[in-house]
Design a protein around this ligand. Structure first.
Ligand SMILES: [Ca+2]
Ligand SMILES: [Ca+2]
Ligand SMILES: [Ca+2]
Length: 335
């Protein structure tokens, strides 16, 4: 009798157990797949951020080794040393790749846009990040053309014919105090006051020398705009298809990355709509690596004739247009 009574009961318990297990398994697997997708997203984020940081380090090396990279030119396949007076000082960064072939060639080798304090689209240039410099044997890691955008304060580029400075085609002197400041050849605008820091901003913080931007996957924005990277055109023409719009939580469009002004934003909770990942070089980071390079060589550099036309010596627009006044700044080196 006992068994007669217990059979439906144990059947019910079995059924309950199956239901509990099924619900548990469903919960477990959905949690697992959520975790897996979150983990995938964060892996993707970490990979991109570490790649961006690697590119940043390469750009800083490029800046620091300017004198070495440009002390000779490859002419007709033979090595030709530059005159000492024409070797650039440390700190200059490359121009942008506009056509997206990965290189900085022809008209791309000079870029400039002197800052007019009343116009926020001035003072910097942008385009695709070049992937390297074949003639210098210098490469930014294993990158693809058009993989990253690159924004740079125009005074820090190594080719800028708007500041002729004799025949150098560069803003000078470029040093840790950004002084004395020089005006572009053709006004307006006139020279910035000495010591004017770069005015590129990232997430509201001012003072970036350069920004490297991973555009991430194309998006359709809440205002209906759809990014389409299938068409040709320069990096400037195509910016809206790579860099993002930004919105407030009511869907109103704010200053974003696609509008061509000096303010940029990286993916984050405060930046609705933005999936661009941005890493920057601040002026203080730039200053530290440039000064460190000069200081580590100070014994050798102090042997250079003070009156010679050379990047370490005083700047003079006629006598020493490559001069950076570095000799006068080495007091900042730790003894
Ligand atoms: Ca190019
Ligand atoms: Ca984007
Ligand atoms: Ca902007």
């Amino acid at each position: 009798m006992h068994s007669c009574h217990s059979q439906p009961q144990s059947g019910f318990i079995m059924m309950l157990l199956v239901v509990v297990m099924a619900v548990g398994a469903a919960a477990f697997f959905s949690l697992y797949s959520d975790n897996a997708s979150l983990r995938h997203q964060s892996d993707h984020y970490l990979t991109r951020m570490s790649q961006l940081n690697e590119v940043k380090q390469q750009l800083l090396k490029y800046a620091v080794f300017q004198p070495e990279l440009y002390q000779s030119d490859l002419i007709s396949n033979s090595r030709t040393y530059k005159e000492a007076s024409k070797i650039p000082g440390p700190g200059y960064l490359p121009c942008r790749d506009l056509d997206g072939d990965g290189w900085v060639l022809g008209a791309e080798t000079s870029c400039g846009n002197p800052r007019d304090p009343s116009d926020e689209t001035t003072g910097f240039v942008y385009g695709f990040l070049p992937i390297g410099f074949k003639t210098r044997n210098f490469f930014f890691g294993a990158l693809e053309p058009q993989q990253f955008y690159y924004v740079v304060d125009e005074r820090f580029v190594n080719g800028n014919n708007l500041y002729n400075n004799g025949s150098t085609g560069r803003y000078a002197p470029l040093n840790t105090v950004l002084a004395p400041s020089t005006a572009p050849d053709a006004p307006p605008p006139n020279a910035l006051p000495a010591g004017s820091l770069p005015w590129l901003t990232l997430n509201g913080v001012e003072g970036y020398v350069a920004l490297i931007i991973f555009p991430n996957t194309p998006q359709v924005f809440s205002d209906g705009f759809e990014q389409d990277r299938s068409q040709g055109g320069s990096a400037v023409d195509r910016i809206a298809d790579y860099l993002d719009r930004r919105f407030d939580d009511e869907g109103n469009r704010l200053d974003g990355n696609a509008d061509g002004n000096r303010h940029f934003f990286s993916q984050g909770q405060a930046n609705i709509g933005v999936n661009d990942l941005v890493v920057g070089i601040t002026f203080s980071e730039w200053r530290a690596v440039a000064l460190n390079r000069v200081c580590s060589q100070i014994g050798e550099l102090n042997q250079v004739d003070e009156n010679a036309a050379y990047w370490f010596n005083d700047y003079d627009s006629i006598q020493n247009p490559s001069g950076g006044n570095w000799r006068g700044l080495t007091g900042a080196c730790e003894q």
